[in-house]
Design a protein around this ligand. Structure first.
Ligand code: AKB
Length: 338
């Protein structure tokens, strides 16, 4: 008998760690996690963890022979800056591994005669505004607008959204027998900020880096100019969004890809909030024109009204609460803990 599990890829990453903690709170959830890296020691008791590469087909086949997969949270990815440095590797991890997992989900769905749920975090990187004037004009972008990404990561995310929809609707559409279907659902996240972990390889990283550096008394040179603006969300809301979407009744969903967001801030506004909490912080601006151009191609804000309507999405942390109740106290505590 195979053991029934929820499978989380990229579990040692920022979203992965937070999601693992949240899913483990329900003792009925049996969790299987996978990452290239080990889990941090405090999370190791929460799941059966496999350290390995998602591109290793033999390893995936072994997992499928041991575990019956109820749902997949596919979080593993190379983020936008790293993907520009290693575009081919990004394509392998972000696209080819996703394709393999979609196929596993489809095979499992066929075998079980009911759809395996596939939850896929996408990103504002799926958007691409051509220039600053257009960005200033189209302030809150809807899911179907400006889907012309300028990064490898954005292209990968946009394509995998499409692949997921294809697998849930048309995969093996010419086959004689009933085609397997999966239950594919995706959120487009804004920049995410966690109090507990630091991102690596992203382009929205300047926001969390600025706050964490200030809390440690380390000078920080922000790599985008003061006016650069994108939407953000704190990690507890990101996890809530994934779990709310996973729980939503399927008949209420009018689409498969949903924007979710909380607040939109310029880099200067983040600095102001950081200085209010850490008056001695040394935050300067030294734009890197190439990374800044990526930020300029992402919308200043996104319209998440479809998620609000269909599955009652609303962030628990607006900008004030995000800083006063979550980021500042938790990050202060993190760096003063013995
Ligand atoms: C990145 O900066 O690449 C990510 C994202 C916005 O998806 N944080």
């Amino acid at each position: 008998m195979r053991k029934r599990v929820i499978f989380i890829t990229g579990a040692s990453g920022e979203v992965g760690q937070a999601l693992l903690r949240a899913l483990a709170q329900n003792p009925q959830n049996q969790l299987l996690t996978m990452d290239l890296h080990p889990l941090p020691p405090e999370l190791r008791a929460l799941s059966a963890h496999v350290e390995g590469d998602l591109l290793n087909m033999r390893l995936l086949a072994r997992l499928v022979s041991e575990y019956e997969i109820d749902a997949i949270y596919h979080l593993a990815a190379l983020l936008s800056t790293r993907a520009e440095i290693q575009p081919e590797e990004a394509h392998q991890v972000n696209v080819e591994a996703t394709l393999q997992l979609l196929k596993i989900a489809a095979d499992e769905s066929q075998w079980r005669k009911r759809p395996v749920q596939f939850i896929f975090p996408s990103s504002i990187a799926a958007y691409g505004l051509p220039d600053r004037a257009t960005k200033a004009h189209f302030q809150r972008v809807r899911e179907f607008e400006w889907n012309q990404p300028r990064t490898m990561y954005g292209c990968n995310k946009l394509y995998c959204e499409q692949l997921g929809s294809y697998f849930s609707r048309h995969y093996r559409q010419l086959a004689v027998e009933q085609p397997p279907t999966i239950d594919f659902r995706s959120v487009r996240f804004p920049g995410l900020i966690s109090a507990d972990t630091l991102p690596s390889g992203g382009t929205s990283d300047y926001a969390p880096e600025m706050i964490h550096a200030a809390a440690q008394g380390i000078p920080y040179a922000c790599f985008v100019r003061e006016e650069a603006r994108i939407p953000f969300m704190v990690m507890p809301d990101a996890v809530r969004a994934l779990l709310l979407l996973a729980c939503a009744p399927r008949q209420r969903l009018t689409r498969q890809i949903y924007n979710v967001t909380s607040f939109s801030l310029s880099a200067a506004q983040i600095r102001t909030r950081v200085l209010a909490a850490f008056p001695d912080a040394d935050v300067t601006f030294r734009p890197d024109v190439k990374r800044e151009a990526i930020i300029d191609s992402w919308p200043a804000d996104i319209d998440d009204s479809a998620a609000r309507m269909d599955w009652d999405w609303a962030p628990a942390y607006d900008v004030d609460r995000a800083f006063s109740d979550y980021l500042i106290p938790r990050i202060k505590e993190r760096y003063t803990r013995p």
